[in-house]
Design a protein around this ligand. Structure first.
Ligand code: F6P
Length: 345
């Protein structure tokens, strides 16, 4: 039995922990061989592989990134001229792959669902994304690390904001889902939290900012990159798209700081956390979750199932159809706005 493994989409802390768990259990308990595919779907599309064995995965548990590399390659993109599935099938045959473990977010796993359900290519999915926006699982690994990094940044920004009595706007990742903004904003004691799920009223944001100054404190505003004002759309970095059609975001923090300055007369600065949230060593929680996902993914392969994704429900690891998990994004529940309503624009 030979198992293929690939990591696709934006990288995230914990990917190596999953790979290590899969290989260790697969070799030691089931006697499997492994082939790593390089850079997400580009690996099987172009036949680029990486050796995977116990010596290769030794010591990678605390390392960020992915030893397999990652990319946002889409086999159904026009670039592959309708030949993507054939090329993947050919690669899997060439390397003698019996089952493919795909570790990714909505895009990478969306491809895995199609390959499995429509083309009969055996795939098992593992959910990853710092955004925590995959349905079917309570949490994805990477999210906890990103929230920890963002929270530490907010803590640090409080002291400098107070010293200068300025507004500090912190832009965090989160294209369509505001989970990182919500969790880090509440954990870091931000005064305003703006998320993509709810358009914000800039006048209201400015009112909160002003009232914070009236109480002799300097306000911290956390804004997800995908948050947008009530009038106008999301703020794009440029007009490029990736091969899954996603626009590049970032800029709302800078825009908002300027608006706050203009409307309140208070000095405002922006910190864009960007890829710092995705890099570096995973938190203990993410190592724990990623390791459990890896162990359960190789069990699913051993049982001969396909088209399923391992998922966290409470403290249990369960299996859900990949197609179900990727059918719609898991966004912040409006009930949470009510719970922490005062913080939302
Ligand atoms: O993987 C999700 C994510 O971190 C989003 O929050 C963000 O918009 C995007 O990736 C950035 O992608 P890239 O690194 O390709 O610019």
């Amino acid at each position: 039995m030979r198992v293929g493994v690939l990591t696709g989409g934006g990288d995230c802390p914990g990917l190596n922990a999953v790979i290590r768990a899969i290989v260790r259990k697969g070799v030691q308990e089931y006697g499997y061989d492994f082939t790593g595919f390089r850079d997400g779907w580009r690996g099987p599309l172009e036949g680029v592989t990486v050796p995977l064995s116990i010596p290769v995965v030794r010591g990678i548990l605390p390392r960020g990134g992915t030893i397999l590399g990652s990319s946002r390659t889409n086999p159904f993109d026009a670039e592959y001229a309708g030949q993507g599935v054939r090329r993947i099938r050919d690669s899997l045959a060439t390397y003698g792959i019996d089952s493919l473990i795909t570790i990714g977010g909505e895009d990478t796993l969306g491809v895995a669902a199609t390959l499995s359900d429509e083309y009969g290519i055996p795939c098992v999915g593992v959910p990853k994304t710092i955004d925590n926006d995959l349905s079917g699982t309570d949490y994805t690994f990477g999210f906890d690390t990103a929230v920890g990094i963002a929270t530490e940044a907010i803590d640090r920004l409080h002291t400098t904001a107070e010293s200068h009595m300025r507004v500090l706007v912190v832009e965090v990742m989160g294209r369509h889902a505001g989970w990182i903004a919500l969790h880090s904003g509440l954990a870091g004691g931000a005064n305003v939290i703006l998320i993509p799920e709810q358009r914000f009223d800039t006048d209201q944001v400015c009112e909160w900012v002003t009232s914070r100054f009236r109480a002799s404190y300097a306000p911290i505003v956390v804004v997800a990159e995908g948050a947008a004002p009530a009038t106008g759309g999301m703020i794009l970095k440029d007009d490029s798209h990736d091969s899954f059609g996603h626009v590049r975001l970032s800029g709302v923090g800078e825009w908002l700081a300027k608006e706050i300055e203009r409307r309140t007369g208070k000095e405002a600065r922006t910190t864009v956390l960007g890829h710092v949230q995705r890099g570096g060593t995973p938190s203990a929680f993410d190592r724990w979750l990623a390791t459990r996902f890896g162990l359960h993914a190789i069990d699913a392969v051993h049982e001969g199932v396909s088209g399923v994704m391992v998922a966290l429900r409470g403290t249990d690891i369960v299996r859900v159809p990949i197609s179900e998990a990727t059918a719609r994004l898991k966004t912040v529940d409006p009930a949470l706005y009510a719970e922490a309503g005062v913080f939302f624009g």
